[in-house]
Design a protein. Structure first.
Lengths: 313, 283
């Protein structure tokens, strides 16, 4: 499942993903609210102009026009930063896209702390907001391989599909030849005992870094990657949790309403279960800056994360 | 306007009167947005029974998008006359457990979008218009929204977008009744001059008497001659226009409760009007 050796770095994953998708699926329209360049949508815009639609710097318009484009028989993929899609156009996502059966995809780029501009450009609450909408699909892919495969599934998934995007230098960690993304499925990347780590999206990259340190230190642990936040396979998550003495969730999101909350809800509904420690962005404003700096400030860098996981057990 | 035949006008006046009767019939059960439904009957008659082309399968080839959910009563009244809804079913409007939502959800017959959250219809209709044009279809898209919705920024985002994309297959129909949820629109937050604002956004806008069938038909005809931008009909209407006794009694009724109106008097007046129009058409 995981590629061997050092990670391949993709400098602009969505440029190729969107172009390949649009060439295969002529009903797909990549939409933007004046952020194509910053979501790395270059080739579609230049070479497939009929499949690119910019609505201007107006996110409510982006989502509601996209919902109309879906009603004309196309599959819209509305792209912007996660903060704008969710916070500025939440009602349009819920009402215009979320109440009908037509496939309407929204990609939220630079999610969580993956944006250098603090507070206004960061979106550490998007997963919680969207997973609260009934009948939606929410996917937080971990790398370039999964991002591509998730979108291939999304274009054939009814209703509102929210996908967290990757831009800029993005690792390719999963082997596209052997990995197969399925909606709702969880993937155990590391098998061990006692400590069960559950992660999603960017944070699965961080958890893999911490896992390497823990392995070097001889600390046995497991790592479960949960790319689909909704609909989740509750049984797979419950089984993983109950198979470990201690569970630690790691997410590029507030620890309120995100993956940690989701896992806690599942274990709570089961009754009993291990202690769950939620690691992610605390319910406070995150700092700005480079991602390594922000991670370090929040105790999410590999070394600190490894220590926190070991300490929580 | 000279091309408007008497038979065409008589037919639409009769349909409009029957739509008004249907609106009263539905709203008198448990209350509803009767004033808007009655006032919009002339627009509905022209739209559903003259302007929109049929698909040969009992439905419409062109597409209508209702933005303000509470004006669903207009669509119910019209589609009952069209035969798409049974008036007996529509009488469950506003009843617990009914499928006849007061403000319908996407997918219900006659309702392309979920329309209760105001200001979201224009953009969605613009998206539909863009998509239909991209497919090479000549479908025309009509979107009805209210003057109160003009206070929502999303409407103006839609106007900018539709004009920029030169969506000449799109017609915005604004129910400009100077009334919103709590008061007169001009007192809450003035929106006039509405046509000039849409013109400034790059649309082709015209003020229309929303209770004049000839004026409405003339605007629909003019809209087809505008080939480089969306067309905006700013339709001035008055609550309960077309039923004098209710218009006099409830001139500013955003919502009419069951006990608030003298429904029987209103029905008697509109039934008399229908009889008179039927007599005229027979003659």
């Amino acid at each position: 499942m995981l590629l061997d050796g050092p990670a391949i770095i993709e400098p602009a994953p969505f440029d190729d993903i969107s172009y390949d998708l649009c060439q295969r699926r002529k009903d797909v329209v990549i939409m933007s609210a004046d952020l194509s360049k910053y979501c790395q949508i270059i080739k579609v815009k230049n070479e497939l102009p009929n499949q690119h639609l910019d609505v201007g710097m107006a996110e409510q318009n982006l989502i509601s026009v996209a919902a109309g484009v879906a009603k004309a028989g196309f599959v819209p993929i509305a792209t912007t930063f996660a903060c704008y899609a969710t916070r500025r156009a939440y009602d349009q996502m819920m009402i215009c896209m979320g109440t009908g059966p037509l496939t309407s995809i929204v990609i939220g780029f630079t999610p969580g702390i993956a944006n250098p501009a603090r507070i206004h450009h960061q979106a550490a609450e998007d997963l919680g907001m969207i997973r609260a909408i009934p009948d939606t699909t929410v996917i937080d892919p971990m790398d370039a391989t999964e991002f591509q495969q998730a979108l291939n599934v999304a274009v054939d998934t009814p209703g509102l599909v929210y996908v967290r995007g990757h831009r800029g230098n993005t690792p390719r960690l999963l082997d596209g030849a052997s990995y197969n993304f399925e909606l709702g499925k969880t993937y155990q990347l590391v098998k061990g005992e006692n400590i069960g780590v559950i992660a999603t999206g960017h944070a699965t990259q961080w958890a893999l870094e911490a896992s390497e340190i823990l392995t070097q230190k001889g600390v046995s642990h497991s790592l479960l990657h949960v790319p689909t936040i909704k609909p989740v396979n509750e049984q797979e998550i419950a089984d993983f949790c109950f198979a470990h003495k201690s569970v630690i969730t790691v997410e590029n999101h507030q620890i309120v309403t995100g993956l940690g909350s989701l896992v806690s809800e599942i274990v709570c509904d089961s009754g009993g279960g291990p202690k769950i420690t939620r690691i992610g962005v605390p319910n406070q404003w995150a700092p700005g800056g480079t991602l390594p700096y922000i991670r370090e400030q929040l105790g999410l860098d590999a070394a600190t994360l490894a220590n926190r996981i070991e300490g929580a057990a | 306007m000279s091309s408007l035949s008497n038979s065409r006008l008589n037919k639409l006046e009769l349909v409009a009167a029957k739509i008004r009767r249907n609106v009263l019939d539905i709203c008198m059960q448990r209350g509803g947005y009767a004033g808007q439904g009655v006032a919009l009957a002339d627009i509905a008659a022209c739209l559903y029974f003259d302007e929109m082309r049929e698909d040969g399968k009992g439905w419409f080839y062109d597409r209508f998008v209702l933005s303000n959910g509470h004006d669903a009563i207009m669509t119910y009244g019209a589609l009952a006359e069209h035969g798409s809804y049974d008036i007996a079913d529509l009488r469950s409007y506003n009843e617990d457990g009914t499928k006849i939502d007061q403000s319908p959800i996407e997918g219900q017959l006659g309702f392309e979008i979920t329309a209760g959250s105001l200001g979201q219809g224009p953009s969605q209709s613009a998206g539909i218009a863009w998509g239909e044009r991209m497919k090479g279809n000549d479908k025309r898209i009509y979107c009805l929204f209210s003057d109160g919705e003009l206070q929502e920024g999303n409407v103006w985002e839609a106007a900018m977008f539709a004009a920029h994309q030169k969506l000449s297959n799109l017609v915005f129909i604004i129910d400009n009744n100077d009334l919103q949820a709590t008061s007169r629109t001009q007192d809450v937050l003035g929106v006039e001059p509405v046509p000039e604002k849409f013109d400034a956004f790059g649309c082709f806008a015209r003020r229309v008497n929303g209770n004049s069938i000839p004026d409405i038909l003339d605007a629909f005809a003019e809209a087809k001659t505008i080939t480089d931008r969306p067309y905006v009909m700013v339709c001035d209407t008055k609550i309960f226009e077309g039923i004098d006794c209710l218009k006099a009694a409830l001139p500013a009724a955003h919502y009419v409760a069951k006990q608030q109106a003298d429904w029987e008097a209103g029905l008697a007046e509109i039934n008399q009007k229908i009889a008179s129009l039927e007599g005229a058409s027979d003659g």
